[in-house]
Design a protein around this ligand. Structure first.
Ligand SMILES: C[S@@+](CC[C@H](N)C(=O)[O-])C[C@H]1O[C@@H](n2cnc3c(N)ncnc32)[C@H](O)[C@@H]1O
Length: 289
């Protein structure tokens, strides 16, 4: 990219966007009529995490709300744990399941995200910083720290784009934690890059092309490097640390869930491997048995 293009991109897509977005979001929220889910979306100066655009936050909120609703049988007043809450995207999607007697707790290894959420969202929502190390997000913290929650204390657990940043040891450790703190029959909604038959078919396509489903090239999602010494957890060759983007063989995922008493009740295929799906990553709905 030449210098002129770089300057144009910086001015248009960064500076101008950040100036116009807060005005647009302020005005747009006054035109939202039939959904309360978008009320708390922060403006562009504050949005971060896996998605950045206001439209994309709204879209993902709708998708996650729908997926949860479809798997809940009309339950409400839920105690919800959101692992890797980031800037609170999922909170916007689950808000309506909390009801009068439920609650929401967001946890994250990044103190900056937790500090932001504590300041930005109403005080009835809890946010807790977890001192755990993640080589990409929190490299200076300690290894695998158990959550300070009682056993069987949450009705649902969400983790959007979090296990896609965990190496095998961490993934297994925290899946056990999910099972420990989830109530019996409670459900976890966790996203992964699952390496399955659809992925094998994806590898046979022309990978140099841009995706039909997202705005990146297909090559970006080829998991061809071992994540550390694991036989089943893989990362992309462009990742400077494996935790930047991690995918797992389907059979290893299944074995990990089985060991933790979590049964797959639904698998929504992710569009990242060029199949039509509801969300970019694979969403697994897991029930504690
Ligand atoms: C791609 S972001 C997604 C954030 C948010 N869920 C969203 O969808 O906008 C991944 C988040 O997971 C957090 N994270 C990584 N490892 C974690 C761990 N072991 N426990 C809790 N959070 C973790 C990161 O700090 C980061 O905020």
């Amino acid at each position: 990219m030449n210098v002129l293009n770089k300057i144009k991109n910086l001015l248009l897509f960064n500076i101008l966007y950040k100036i116009l977005d807060p005005i647009y979001v302020f005005l747009d929220k006054r035109h939202i009529r039939r959904s309360k889910n978008m009320q708390m979306i922060p403006n562009a100066l504050l949005r971060r995490g896996g998605a950045y655009s206001y439209a994309e936050w709204s879209y993902i909120i709708g998708v996650i709300h729908t997926v949860i609703e479809n798997n809940l049988n009309n339950k409400t007043n839920l105690q919800i744990l959101d692992v890797g809450c980031g800037a609170g995207l999922v909170l916007n999607a689950v808000n309506q399941f909390i009801g009068k007697s439920g609650g929401y707790t967001g946890i994250d290894v990044m103190k900056s995200e937790i500090d932001f959420c504590k300041k930005y969202y109403p005080k009835k929502f809890k946010f807790i910083h977890i001192e755990t190390k993640n080589n990409y997000y929190s490299p200076k913290q300690e290894k695998n720290i158990a959550w300070k929650f009682f056993d069987n204390s949450f009705d649902i657990i969400t983790a959007l784009s979090v296990w896609t940043h965990l190496n095998e040891t961490d993934a297994r450790f925290y899946i056990n934690e999910v099972s420990r703190v989830l109530k019996t029959n409670g459900k976890a909604f966790i996203t992964f890059f699952s390496l399955d038959d659809d992925y094998e078919n994806f590898l046979k396509k022309n990978l140099t092309l841009k995706s039909n489903f997202h705005n990146q090239t297909r090559l970006q999602y080829v998991y061809n490097k071992k994540a550390y010494d694991s036989d089943n957890w893989f990362c992309t060759s462009w990742a400077k640390v494996p935790e930047r983007a991690i995918a797992v063989n389907y059979n290893a995922l299944k074995e990990m869930f089985d060991k933790s008493n979590l049964k797959i009740t639904k698998h929504y295929k992710g569009t990242w491997k060029e199949v039509p799906g509801v969300f970019f990553q694979d969403i697994f709905v897991l029930q504690k048995i």
